[in-house]
Design a protein. Structure first.
Length: 512
């Protein structure tokens, strides 16, 4: 895996790099005690992107840079706030490293990468230190010379300033420095990065073009639904590199995002044409299913491992831990393989293309222009009706496998209602928030019950394997019994959770 670092920095519009008399004395900013000037650096970077600048448009950048202390390839991915993740690759040639090419695939959607901009920078670097001499932040004054490598591209020069936190600094320091800069008339830069400013100043490709989404009436039903859809599509794109790098919780978050998006497209078919969204929903279901192998195993592994760990020693008979580890390794490898295979499928790239088209040219139906209070409420009540039918059926079935399946079926409807309420919350406010909270309790209780069913099945298979190998099955039986008792306890919570959800859905706010 390529090494990465987390950057926290802010960019400012600098009047001039040669004459810095306008720069305030930052040693007055606590805890900055001294400023050490470093050697001037000459940096030369070539930025790569698709012909239509798909990386730049999604807040990412990919460059090959020489000079300074970090020669090589740098992929920068956006994070919340002032943060970015920089993933680095070596500099054996000017070919994009395959690992970095894969990490931008959710943004490029398979389009080719080519040089689009060359930026040469003369950097005057200063270290802001505390009284112990530790570096709190780095202040860079940059004289920038940018040349477009696109057809009919232009040339631009400017001066820029960056403040980047070092290991000894904290976010509060950035706020204090910014306050001192503003007092001296220094404001944040308009562009989030050098390459964005360079491209905006040398090519018309970054100019906004009229799109169907511009016809959406502010405050309409479509306005709220599309805001939710766009956020989820952006999240799916951003999570792709994390899943490929096997970062903690990445698979879970990507799977949940796919499910939320799929549920939203179903719930709000009165807003978005299902002839367009139904194929997308099928692909999202496929993606969530492929990711589910790895994610479901993560949950089950933690559940079974914790169960063994919490047992008294006298109840752990035979090589239980060793068998669990062997099972875990085999299942984990299979789940990881399915996840990576899915992300390499042409079907996945086609899904990303469809989602991009959905957000650029949303297939609006006549009700999309309607009042959200009416359109979104009607959609919520439809989802509630589906859930009510499934819950009533589950409660009418005697305890057993059929009832377990019915509860799981109802849980899926509960998720859709919850996601629909999330999308409607900005428009409907407290009633949607309350409904989402209540149905989440139904989802959690039914989910815990289903997890117990899955765990008991896995324990039975482990017990059979142990028996075939001549190992004691006692411990697996103890765990099986515990899981059964826990599932029954959570199932007993369902009626109360459902009653509270029913009351929330029947409130006056939803009876329009």
């Amino acid at each position: 895996m390529a090494p990465s670092i987390r950057e926290t920095e802010r960019k400012y519009a600098a009047p001039a790099a040669e004459d810095i008399s306008w720069l305030p004395d930052l040693t007055g900013v606590d805890p900055v005690a001294s400023i050490a000037r470093r050697k001037v650096q000459e940096l030369d970077a070539v930025y790569y992107d698709t012909d239509d600048l798909r990386l730049t448009r999604t807040g990412a950048s990919l460059r090959c840079r020489t000079g300074g202390t970090d020669d090589g390839w740098h992929l920068k991915l956006p994070l919340p706030g002032d943060n970015r993740e920089e993933i680095r690759g070596p500099l054996p040639s000017h070919d994009v490293p395959e690992e970095l090419r894969e990490l931008v695939l959710s943004r490029t959607r398979g389009a080719g990468l080519r040089p689009v901009m060359r930026i040469r920078t003369t950097r005057s670097l200063r270290h802001l230190r505390n009284i112990e001499g530790n570096v709190l932040a780095k202040l860079s004054m940059d004289m920038v010379d940018a040349s477009s490598l696109l057809e009919d591209g232009g040339h631009a020069t400017w001066t820029a300033m960056e403040i980047e936190l070092a290991d000894a600094g904290g976010p509060a320091l950035l706020d204090a420095i910014e306050k001192a800069l503003r007092k001296n008339g220094v404001d944040r830069a308009q562009s989030p990065s050098k390459v964005v400013r360079a491209l905006a100043g040398t090519t018309p490709l970054l100019e906004q073009t009229p799109e169907a989404v511009s016809a959406v009436t502010a405050g309409s039903a479509a306005d709220h639904v599309l805001a939710y859809v766009n956020r989820l599509v952006d999240a799916l794109v951003d999570l792709d590199p994390a899943v490929r790098r096997d970062l903690p919780d990445a698979v879970h978050r990507m799977r949940t995002t796919a499910r939320r998006l799929r549920g939203c497209l179903r719930s709000y078919r009165s807003v978005l044409d299902r002839d367009v969204t139904d194929p997308i929903r099928r692909d999202l279901r496929w993606l969530a299913s492929e990711l589910g192998t790895e994610r479901d195993h993560e949950v089950l592994r933690e559940r079974l491992t914790s169960g063994v760990r919490e047992l008294p020693g006298e109840l752990v008979l035979g090589p239980v831990t060793a068998r669990l580890q062997t099972w875990d390794a085999a299942q984990l490898a299979e789940g990881r393989r399915r996840t990576l295979d899915a992300l390499a499928e042409p079907r996945y790239l086609d899904l990303l293309e469809r989602l991009s088209a959905l957000t650029d040219q949303p297939p609006l139906r006549p009700k999309a222009a309607g009042k959200p209070e009416k359109v979104l409420t009607k959609a919520l009540l439809k989802e509630y009706g589906r859930l009510a039918q499934r819950m009533d059926r589950a409660f009418d079935i005697p305890t057993g496998a059929e009832r377990d399946a019915a509860i799981h079926h109802a849980r899926k409807a509960a998720k859709r209602l919850r996601y629909a309420a999330e999308a409607a919350r900005p428009a409907l406010g407290k009633p949607a928030r309350r409904l989402g909270k209540r149905v989440k309790a139904v989802q959690q209780a039914s989910g815990a019950q289903h997890d117990g069913v899955v765990a008991r099945d896995a324990l039975r298979r482990l017990a059979l394997s142990a028996h075939a190998a001549g190992e004691p099955g006692f411990t697996w039986g103890v765990l099986h019994g515990q899981e059964g008792a826990a599932a029954e306890a959570r199932e007993r919570q369902l009626p109360e959770a459902w009653a509270r959800t029913r009351a929330a859905a029947q409130r006056k706010a939803f009876r329009r």
